[in-house]
Write a protein that binds this ligand. Sequence first.
Ligand SMILES: NC(=O)c1ccc[n+]([C@@H]2O[C@H](COP(=O)([O-])OP(=O)(O)OC[C@H]3O[C@@H](n4cnc5c(N)ncnc54)[C@H](O)[C@@H]3O)[C@@H](O)[C@H]2O)c1
Ligand SMILES: CC(=O)[C@H](C)O
Length: 257
Amino acid sequence: MSKVAVVTGSAGGLGRGIAEKLCSNGFSVVLHDINEELLNKTVEELKGKNFDVIGVKGDVSIREDQFNLVKEAVDKFGHLDVFVNNAGIDAVTPFLLIKEDELNRLFRINVNGVVFGTQAAAEQFIKQKTKGKIINACSIAGHESYAMLGTYSATKHAVRSFTQTAAKELAKHQITVNAYCPGIAKTKMWDRIDQEMVKYSDDLKPGEAFEKFSSEIALQRYQTPEDVANLVDFLASEASDYITGQAILTDGGLVYR
Ligand SMILES: NC(=O)c1ccc[n+]([C@@H]2O[C@H](COP(=O)([O-])OP(=O)(O)OC[C@H]3O[C@@H](n4cnc5c(N)ncnc54)[C@H](O)[C@@H]3O)[C@@H](O)[C@H]2O)c1
Ligand SMILES: CC(=O)[C@H](C)O
């Protein structure tokens, strides 16, 4: 019987890379995103690769949507093994200009979404009386906070904190909870971050913020979605059964913790 994984925010970017990796290793995967048009396109592309996938539209910041997502996964595939809280958004703002709307928007998606997804997945694992794996999208920004990324960095520190708490409380059910901490991957997220950072800079040109951050990478190559998917694939496998509560860096050598 195939293992079943849900990957939130997987219509594109790192989430799509994670979904493809898990599919290539025999998982049935529920792709999910708030962007229904891109989600449907990605589902069709992955079905074209003979991957066993379905797509479920949803908003991770809505608790009911997260529980519906798990229900759709179980209705289709019979059970759940892995839940990846990948969806997240960014904001670039000088600290003195951060407004309540930004705080609320980013915490609702990057933090509340992870809490609700964890609750929905954990309740299913407990109902199944099986072990389970919950894997959360953190970041280098969950270990070190960055200028102009104050709210975003705070949300990723919160993800790391909730990962530890959930791991401690859910271990008795043989549910592990871990986080992956990517560095700088050229996805739509970094396209947006670069555009915004350039707006606040007198000398950066488009693309130069990404280059500036990436120039510090010790391994001297850009991060790819597959680099991140390799770590998530490990955390989704039995090889990581004795690891829980960890926020593991995969950044090519940027932050050393
Ligand atoms: N790209 C990087 O360098 C990087 C580094 C560290 C951590 N991360 C984290 O990895 C995750 C994926 O990042 P990415 O670079 O692929 O971003 P991305 O913006 O390319 O993709 C994120 C996806 O999430 C979806 N999404 C946004 N809000 C949603 C919501 N409320 N409900 C459901 N789906 C929603 C978007 O539609 C999009 O498809 C994020 O949590 C991000 O913080 C990214
Ligand atoms: C977007 C992200 O988490 C890091 C800062 O690249």
